[in-house]
Structure formats: structure tokens, C-alpha cells
Design a protein around this ligand. Structure first.
Ligand code: SF4
Length: 386
């Protein structure tokens, strides 16, 4: 299979969503596989400059598994949200250049208050995280007195400050199981991850109806066609997928991105259908060149992740832009649910369950966002569960 072509295709799709002339010109070179001769030398020069500046700045580059291959190549560590949070905690670098999206950098900033955390593009946010606001969590809690709020790590710090526990797709089950069995659980914001955890744990979980657009476009019918063409392929699915409700029983494994990376390395299978954001295919192909990886959907790309480019990484190191910080009174409250997650996830004894401090007023953040417009495909999948 022509992996270079596929990866370039992944990027080309992102260009449509990215929009700016700057991004378009960068993207022509940014397939990360050396497919384009000019792009090759352009990237080589950028990578050289980034390596020099990184040393001068005493910086570490952390990249999410969904980042463009060229950025993964210059990163000191590539991983999922939990792995990146752990790396941020452990690094002694003065500067953390976080290549991912805003909530991830916020988490690093809260875990490492004495480090400078910067991002290549402040506009790289998360559509899923934007589907819940702090005021909405507060109101939901009032409607469910005694409910324990668990938030996916894909939430703003101000939302985490309203929650009792945080979780990732890698440790969600452990976190839910650590909560006393008699407690009602309110899960925000991802409906599909919440549905998966509800099915796995059998717990009383109320679900917020948020979703990730990049995962929601994955279409069960297309996966069925791929399975007909590649009957021996293993089908790996991320629990954020909108097709989860229909495909959960037919997926060979439902895994976090790092869980997928580990599995494809250890599995005896040679072909895999991958249902998550397509940036991960670069790392899979790079680390397992003898195996074949097929995207469950060519459209499963995150336009937020694609805002980050090598040029912006270099500019960040040069100018130390853009810093990400979290207001101390928000960070103090948000860290409670993050630290509970870390403790449970690290298999240490969970923290006691202290009452949260009094709520903070966040101003504009308390305003509700526009109602989420659910596409037909997503609504159909949601209706399957209701
Ligand atoms: Fe958010 Fe989805 Fe992009 Fe992940 S892939 S950062 S959940 S919008």
C-alpha cells in the first residue's frame, strides 16, 4: 500500500478546513513523509532549526498522536492525553512546547506551574471540549443532587473545576469503578465514550450529548465495506467514535490511541482498520512499516490539530509564543479531579472524597454556547441508545 500517498491525502483534507493562505502553503510541504522533494529540504531545514532552538530554550516538545507526522518527528514524546500529562509532570525542561490542542496545554500548565507552557497556535481548540460550559455543569449538578461528575480530559480547565473526577479514554473504566457503587454518575462531555463506559461498567451514568466531529463522521457502512475487502483485518475503534453504538460488538478492540499503538505492535495481524483521527496512521506506519493500516474514514481529521505546523513550532520556540496559563483559583479546583485521576490511574490509593471549594464565577465562560447541531448520522446513532 502507498502509505506516503495516504498520509499526504490525510493532510490535503485538513487543508480544506484550515483555511488560511499561510496554512495552505505550509500544508503543501507538510505530509511528514518526504513525499515532496521541495517539502523534504524545507522540512529538513526547519527540523534543524527547531533542534537548535529547542536546546537553547531548554525546551521539550510534546506532541499528540493526532499531530501531523512532521511534528511527531521533532517531538521528544508523542502520545495520548494521559501519556502527555505524565510526560509534562516528569520533565525538567524549562519550556514545554505543547503540540496538540488547548485543553491539553492547560492540563500541562496546571500540572507544571513552574514551567512555561507554550502552544504553536492558540486557535487550536477542541470542538468536543467546547460543547460543555461550567455553568451547564453547575445546573446539571443541581438537577442531580448527590451525583458525581466525571469529565473526559477533553474539557476546559474551568469545566474541570466543576467536576469531581477526570478521565481519559485509556483509564475511564478504572475511574468509574473507583467511584462508590451507590453514586449516580454524570458524564461530560462525550456521549460515545460515556455510552461505552456505561455499557462496560453497568453503572448508573447520565450522559451529556457532546461529540467529536472528527470521530462522528466515521460511518459503519464504510467499515462494513472495508471488512468485506479485507476480511483478515483487525478492526480497532476509539471510544469517541460516533459509530460506536452500532459497531461496538463488531470491533475487535475498543482502545485509546496509546492502547492502539501498543496493540498493533504486539498483534500477529498484518492489516488493521483504524477508527480514530487519521493523524495516528503516521506513527503506526512509521513504527510498524511491515504492517498495513487503513483509515476507517478518509474524513476523520481534526481541523484543530491540523492548525499546528512545523513553521509555527519554530516560531513558537523563537518567540516563546503562545503561553497558556490557567487562573490560580480555577487551577486549584481543576487539579482536584485531575489528581484523583492520576492517583487511580497510577494504581495508588484514591484520594478521599473531599467537598469542593465554593464555585468560582467565570464571567463569559458561564454563558451557554449555541445549541449543538447534531448531524443526521450522529442523531441516528444516538437514537439507537435511547
Ligand atoms: Fe477535540 Fe475531536 Fe479534535 Fe480530539 S479529534 S481534539 S476530541 S475535536
Amino acid at each position: 500500500m502507498d502509505t506516503n500517498g495516504d498520509q499526504a491525502g490525510h493532510h490535503a483534507e485538513g487543508v480544506v478546513g484550515a483555511g488560511s493562505a499561510e496554512t495552505r502553503s505550509v500544508s503543501a510541504h507538510a505530509n511528514g513523509n518526504g513525499h515532496h522533494a521541495n517539502g523534504n529540504s524545507h522540512h529538513a531545514l526547519l527540523k534543524e532549526k527547531i533542534a537548535i532552538l529547542k536546546r537553547e530554550r531548554e525546551a521539550v516538545i510534546l506532541a499528540h498522536n493526532y499531530q501531523d507526522g512532521a511534528i511527531q518527528d521533532v517531538a521528544d514524546f508523542t502520545g495520548d492525553s494521559l501519556g502527555l500529562a505524565r510526560q509534562a509532570q516528569q520533565t525538567d525542561a524549562k519550556v514545554i512546547l505543547f503540540c496538540g490542542v488547548h485543553f491539553m496545554a492547560e492540563t500541562a500548565a496546571m500540572l507544571c506551574p513552574d514551567r512555561k507552557v507554550i502552544v504553536p497556535d492558540l486557535a487550536a481548540g477542541c470542538s468536543l471540549a467546547d460543547m460543555i460550559m461550567p455553568g451547564q455543569v453547575r445546573r446539571w449538578k443541581q438537577e442531580h443532587p448527590g451525583g458525581v461528575v466525571v469529565c473526559y480530559i477533553n474539557t476546559a480547565a474551568a469545566v474541570k473545576a466543576e467536576c469531581d473526577y477526570c478521565c481519559t479514554s485509556a483509564n475511564g473504566e478504572d475511574i468509574i469503578n473507583a467511584i462508590p457503587a451507590d453514586k449516580e454518575i454524570l458524564f461530560v462531555p462525550d456521549y460515545y465514550l460515556g455510552s461505552y463506559l456505561k455499557a462496560k461498567t453497568g453503572r448508573n451514568i447520565e450522559l451529556w450529548k457532546g461529540y467529536c466531529p472528527a470521530h462522528a463522521v466515521i460511518d459503519p457502512a464504510h467499515i462494513e465495506k472495508l471488512q468485506e475487502i479485507y476480511p483478515d483485518a483487525e478492526f480497532l475503534m476509539h471510544p469517541e467514535c460516533g459509530c460506536l453504538t452500532k459497531q461496538m460488538d463488531v470491533a475487535d478492540k475498543i482502545l485509546s490511541t496509546d492502547g492502539m499503538m501498543k496493540h498493533v505492535k504486539e498483534s500477529k495481524s498484518s492489516t488493521f482498520i483504524i477508527a480514530t483521527e487519521n493523524g495516528i496512521l503516521y506513527r503506526m506506519r512509521k513504527e510498524n512499516p511491515e504492517k498495513t493500516f487503513l483509515p476507517a474514514s478518509e474524513q476523520a481529521t481534526c481541523h484543530h490539530m491540523e492548525r499546528n505546523t512545523l513553521e509555527k513550532v519554530l516560531r513558537s520556540l523563537l518567540t516563546l509564543q503562545y503561553p497558556v496559563t490557567v487562573e490560580p483559583q480555577i487551577a486549584r479546583r481543576a487539579l482536584v479531579c485531575i489528581e484523583r485521576m492520576m492517583e487511580i490511574s497510577n494504581k495508588a490509593k484514591p484520594l478521599a472524597f473531599p467537598a469542593q471549594e465554593a464555585p468560582v464565577v467565570y464571567g463569559w465562560l458561564d454563558k451557554d454556547p449555541q445549541p449543538v447541531q447534531w448531524g443526521d448520522h450522529v442523531l441516528a446513532a444516538a437514537n439507537d441508545l435511547s
